[in-house]
Design a protein around this ligand. Structure first.
Ligand code: SER
Length: 315
């Protein structure tokens, strides 16, 4: 294996994935890249290149410069932001993927990780325990781009032998990085506001149930699917992946176990409709069978860890 390139390394998942991959494969073997240099500490923590995910030549140059074999393409507009700029979201989410798939097809890289999402499902999908294979009629630009991306991943695998691996992430929660423009972002914000103000105004209704996962689990899943023997990865579109599901009311109850005075109010906005179109819980038995996926964090374990880390960070 040569070097690893992470495109979109300054984002919510990219930041933590970069750290994890560097701890496994060595700092110099993991090239972080993003369209701009955001956090100076992160940028200076190892090899970093400014790369626009829409610029094929830029990606190709970095791949050649560092002898990259594995690419993690994390650049994307998320669900809420994408609704505000549909044309750009489509352009970014699709064409960055084509660039990387075409580099693999041309034999310039060996392996790709590309994240998909629960947003590939839509209002006509069964909502509880959503199966791996089911009706998929996404109603958001983000979901349409992810579903189309999944089809192209499978197509490139079947026709050109491209080793592309993918996970349908649920809403992701972490203490060290902030999400950027998703519908599940409330589940991160609520912890910050609990500690800052003791109260939170949620943009989803209190009974809105969504599949979620703690970032530690999501990063481990990403590393594990990429480390698995190729023959174990039987699904080349994207794997359902699950850890927990909860409502704003239930996460509030979990926080109250540590902070009894914490309160929440709800003022649903345009994101409510997006959340209502997504599954409430996910059946991920294929991931568990094919590459031994197993989650570790449930809601209360996550709350304890989030509050501990965020409190320590604030001191
Ligand atoms: N967490 C993402 C979002 O809310 C879903 O992939 O957009």
């Amino acid at each position: 294996m040569g070097a690893i390139l992470i495109i979109g390394a300054c984002g919510q998942i990219g930041t933590e994935l970069t750290k994890k991959l560097r701890s496994i494969y060595g700092t110099d073997n993991v090239i972080a890249s993003d369209v701009r240099k955001t956090d100076p500490e992160f940028v200076e923590s190892g090899p970093f290149e400014v790369v626009n995910a829409l610029d094929f030549n830029q990606i190709e140059q970095v791949i050649e410069k560092y002898n990259v074999t594995d690419v993690y393409l994390m650049a994307a507009l998320l669900s809420a932001t994408a609704e505000k700029n549909p044309a750009f979201a489509w352009d970014l989410n699709m064409n960055s993927l084509f660039h990387v798939l075409n580099l693999a097809k041309a034999g310039k890289i060996e392996k790709i990780f590309w994240p998909s999402s629960i947003a590939v499902f839509g209002p006509t999908t069964p909502k509880q325990n959503t199966p791996q294979y089911t009706v998929m009629e996404p109603s958001t630009v983000y979901g349409i781009s992810k579903q189309s991306g999944e089809r192209w991943c499978e197509y490139y695998h079947n026709l050109y032998g491209v080793d592309v691996r993918s996970i349908r992430y649920p809403g992701l929660i972490s203490w060290s990085t902030l999400p950027g423009g998703g519908t599940t972002d409330y589940a991160v914000d609520i912890y910050h506001k609990a500690l800052e103000n003791g109260t939170y105004n949620c943009f989803l209704s209190e009974e809105t149930r969504l599949p979620m996962m703690y970032m530690d689990d999501a990063i481990r899943a990403t590393v594990e699917i990429m480390q698995a023997p190729a023959e174990d990865i039987k699904i080349r579109s994207s794997y359902n992946l699950s850890a927990m599901d909860f409502t704003p009311k239930e996460i509030t109850e979990s926080i109250k176990k540590h902070m009894p005075d914490f309160t929440i109010s709800c003022e649903p906005d345009f994101r409510q409709k997006i959340a209502d179109s997504w599954p409430q819980s996910i059946d991920d038995s294929s991931a568990r069978e094919d590459w031994n996926w197993k989650h570790e964090f449930d809601l209360d374990a996550m709350t304890t860890d989030m509050l501990e880390h965020l409190s320590a960070k604030a001191e």
